[in-house]
Structures are given as C-alpha cells and as structure tokens.
Design a binder for this molecule. Structure first.
Ligand SMILES: [Zn+2]
Ligand SMILES: [Zn+2]
Length: 200
C-alpha cells in the first residue's frame, strides 16, 4: 500500500511489565511446593516492536496498517491522504520469558567460525579424511570456535513465555503485533532476495 505521509507522529513508549506484577500473573501456574525451581527459570524479554498505521479522521480510531489496512477498523471509512494522519510507533514491550538452551550452539556459547546454525557445515568423516588430521585436531580442539551469534556466547537465550502472555490481553495484543512485524519483515526480506535473484 502506497500513501503520501501527511504527518508522521513518531513516538517511543516503554510498556514494562514489572516483575512483581509478573509473579501475580503467573501465580496460577506454579504448582504448590515447586515454586523455587519453577521461578528460577523466569525472566523477562524486552522486544522492540515497530508499528505503522493511521488515525481515522472520522472516529479517531488508531488503525494499524497490518491489521486494518486501508479501511478503518471501527467505522469502516477508507483511508484518505488529505485527511488521515499516518503514524509510526516504536515501542518496547517487556514480555514474561523463560531461559532456554541456545539452539544455535546447544549451550556451548561458540559455533564453527561464529556462524549461525543455519549456516553451519555438517562435516562427515569423508570431509575430515579429505582435510587431513590437522584440520580434525584443530576442529576438535576448538581452533575454529567463535562466539555464537545467537546468544552472544552466553549459551542461553530468552524465549517469550506465550502461555503467560495469553493470560494478559494487553500483552497478548502486543505479542500479536510483534509476530505480525516479524512476518512482515520476513516477507520484505523474501521479496528483496527474489529481486536480487531477478537481477534488479
Ligand atoms: Zn474510523
Ligand atoms: Zn548460542
């Protein structure tokens, strides 16, 4: 969708869910007596979410581009360049999260040459035979190990606790926005890759 921007309102908000609130929020999930081992895993993850949209001049509804598109979600009015103000909004939302072992490095904190999991070569015995014993020794000795790009060497990553998020409608809405934004940026990446392949 292409539109001229009448006015851009840029805002940055911090929507933080305080940890003491989180306790209450999650209390229902904690089995009695298992509180300590259960909560040791608990953390929060701050996520930057970028949303674009427009404010309806008829009803003042804030329409998010990826949800409402060109028609107001409240009154149904179609978007008009001259009347409706566009905005983009970057906000930081703190979600309840859990620590998980990093998938890229299996918790080691390093990967081969610091490459992401999707780029990791899977060496077979044949490869090692071809490269010779020095390579094998160096490889096993960690000579090629570099900091894991996914966890920055920590071996663990934060995962949004979607079950906990589901109990809070406001957070749930933010998480949907986050997923939409990820989906949209993946689409843009795919489009750009396709254009590169076409030689554009
Ligand atoms: Zn409206
Ligand atoms: Zn890692």
């Amino acid at each position: 969708m292409v539109r001229s921007i009448t006015i851009a309102i840029v805002r940055t908000e911090l929507i933080a869910l305080r940890l003491d609130k989180l306790d209450t929020l999650l209390a229902g999930e904690s089995p009695v007596g298992a509180q300590n081992s259960w909560s040791a895993n608990m953390t929060t993850k701050r996520v930057e979410i970028y949303v674009e949209g427009w404010i309806c001049s008829a009803c003042e509804n804030e329409n998010l581009e990826h949800i409402n598109g060109d028609n107001c979600g409240k009154c149904g009015k179609a978007y008009e360049d001259e009347k409706d103000h566009c905005f983009d909004n970057e906000k930081v939302v703190e979600f309840p999260a859990k620590w998980a072992i990093c998938y890229d490095c299996q918790g080691e904190g390093t990967t081969y040459l610091g490459w992401a999991a999707k780029d990791q070569p899977a060496f077979t015995q044949e490869d090692f035979d071809y490269e010779g014993p020095d390579f094998y020794e160096d490889y096993m000795g960690g000579r090629y190990d570099a900091q894991c790009p996914a966890c920055h060497g920590e071996g663990k990553v934060k995962e949004i606790d979607e079950k906990a998020v589901a109990k809070n409608p406001e957070l749930k809405a933010h998480l949907n926005e986050h997923h939409e934004a990820l989906r949209a940026s993946a689409e843009i990446d795919a489009e750009m890759a396709a254009e590169r392949r076409m030689g554009a």
